[in-house]
Write a protein that binds this ligand. Sequence first.
Ligand code: AMP
Length: 216
Amino acid sequence: MRLVLLGPPGAGKGTQAKLLQEHFRIPKISTGDILREAVKDGTSLGKQAKEYMDRGELVPDAVIIDIVQERLAAADCRDGFLIDGFPRTVAQAEALEEMLARRDLALDGAISLRVPRKELVKRLSGRRTCRQCGTMFHIRFNPPKKDLVCDNCGGELYQRDDDREETIEARMEVYDRESAPLHEHFRDLGALYEVDGSKTTDQVFQQILRKLGKAA
Ligand code: AMP
């Protein structure tokens, strides 16, 4: 299974990616996680990416395409993968399709999580993320048992810089301008599976499985 997850910030891509990874036993590639790790490690990629990320803008296509190309070449991606957070532009989608075509492969589908804008802002501004394992919580909708401590690994929970209200608006604008056109791109390819992302985590997951079942 070769899948990509589309949707605006806060749509639940990370949460669904984790479930799909376990269900299909395929590696999950999150470009946001790769970049955040690079920022944490202070690598040259991290230094370059941080400026864009802090402003809520996209890292340049060439940089992100290289990262994905290298990651997809790894042995664990041979029989399938799920990418969360890529493609985010039509140029990235075309680059991905070329990468796969060179190996006589194609995507099985692009899953799009649709969530009303108001709901997204509520989700993002209350989101807290574990510094160690990346598990996400929400201060109201899904609070950790102990304040600022991850239920999963005991790591510290923090608010991503780009989850602050002033940056959320910029990210939404970038999404509308750069990423929303991906829907048409994948619809034209007959590979778009749209899902109502405003339901519970499990309901969203079941919808995805149903859609993919129909697709198979
Ligand atoms: P995410 O965790 O997916 O919300 O990504 C966080 C930030 O990383 C984004 O706001 C972008 O600055 C950057 N980023 C992640 N994936 C991409 C991508 N495919 N293209 C460009 N920038 C990206």
